[in-house]
Design a protein around this ligand. Structure first.
Ligand code: AMP
Length: 287
């Protein structure tokens, strides 16, 4: 496994390798969710590359960025064990040298939900991902359904800016109780981690209602909020039922809907989602 800290080194390694390349962009502090993306990339490409870069311009506060968990040594061990070929783990100044001034702004799908909760977040994501696509020139890039709106933003950017690659979406990997794996889970206290299991419970309640024929967004939203309210440590920020293509809020679920939510738990903010009407997205939440 070749590990590069600079773009020049990465390009030098890349030029010596031949075959199709799958790229998995990450912010590090890797868990089984990231490894699911790596394994999918390993299965579908001759070469697998991973970037490890906590991208400061997609964080809304420098405090959140500073407290983001990091463990490069452990990450590299995990990636070597998965047979990864190339890793880029650059310092911030390598990606954003002094005077950096070019940003990618994707319209419309960046506006609601995470876009309105975290102004500038998707501009940061689209900018760094477009740089990574130019640096690695992958044939395929792998993203998690866990960040459903991010997937929509990246797909829109790839279409609008004619990036010559495919985007592959990998289902959300969950803990035993159903909580989506996230690097941020490491920052939960034991009590907060217990309380967080109300999040998958709430998603299950919504799936149950939907599968029983309920089509009122208000009824499903109320059921989700009711389940979350059992845990005083949880502070729901939004519960959305939106069109899966446009992210416009729906009153009546007359088509598949993205149920997505953001919940504060102590110092941590967790997001999760499921596509109602698309049972393959339910994954380990049901059955
Ligand atoms: P991050 O390091 O949080 O930026 O995540 C890197 C990639 O891993 C993104 O495409 C995420 O959507 C994906 N990812 C994070 N958590 C999970 C999970 N629990 N299951 C599947 N993919 C995930």
């Amino acid at each position: 496994m070749q590990v590069a800290e600079t773009i020049a080194e990465l390009r030098a390694h890349r030029s010596r390798l031949h075959g199709s390349l799958g790229l998995v962009p990450t912010m590090g502090s890797l868990h089984e969710g990231h490894l699911a993306l790596v394994r999918r990339a390993r299965a579908e490409n001759d070469l697998v590359a991973v970037s490890i870069f906590a991208n400061p311009i997609q964080f809304n506060s420098s405090d959140d960025f500073d407290r983001y968990p990091r463990d490069l040594e452990r990450d590299l061990q995990l990636l070597a064990a998965e047979g990864v070929d190339l890793v880029l783990a650059p310092p911030v100044t390598e990606i954003y040298p002094p005077g950096f001034a070019t940003y990618v702004d994707v319209g419309v799908v960046t506006e609601p939900l995470e876009g309105s909760a975290r102004p500038g977040h998707f501009r940061g994501v689209a900018t760094v991902v477009s740089k990574l696509f130019h640096i690695f020139q992958p044939d395929r890039a792998y993203f998690g359904q866990k960040d459903a709106q991010q997937v929509m933003v990246i797909k829109k950017m790839v279409t609008d800016l004619d990036f010559p690659l495919s985007i592959v979406v990998v289902p959300t990997v969950r803990d035993q109780d159903g909580l989506a794996l996230s690097s941020r889970n490491a920052r939960l206290t034991a009590g907060e981690r217990d309380a967080a299991s109300a999040i998958p419970d709430a998603l299950r309640a919504a799936i149950r209602l939907y599968e029983e024929g309920e089509r009122s967004a208000a009824v499903i939203r109320a059921a989700v909020l009711e389940r979350l309210s059992h845990e005083p440590l949880l502070q729901p920020e939004y519960v959305s039922l939106a069109d899966t293509q446009t992210l416009r809020e729906l009153d009546v679920l007359d088509r598949p809907a993205l149920l997505s939510l953001a919940v504060g738990v102590g110092q941590v903010r967790l997001i999760d989602n499921v596509m109602l009407g698309e049972p393959e997205s339910y994954g380990s939440l049901v059955g």
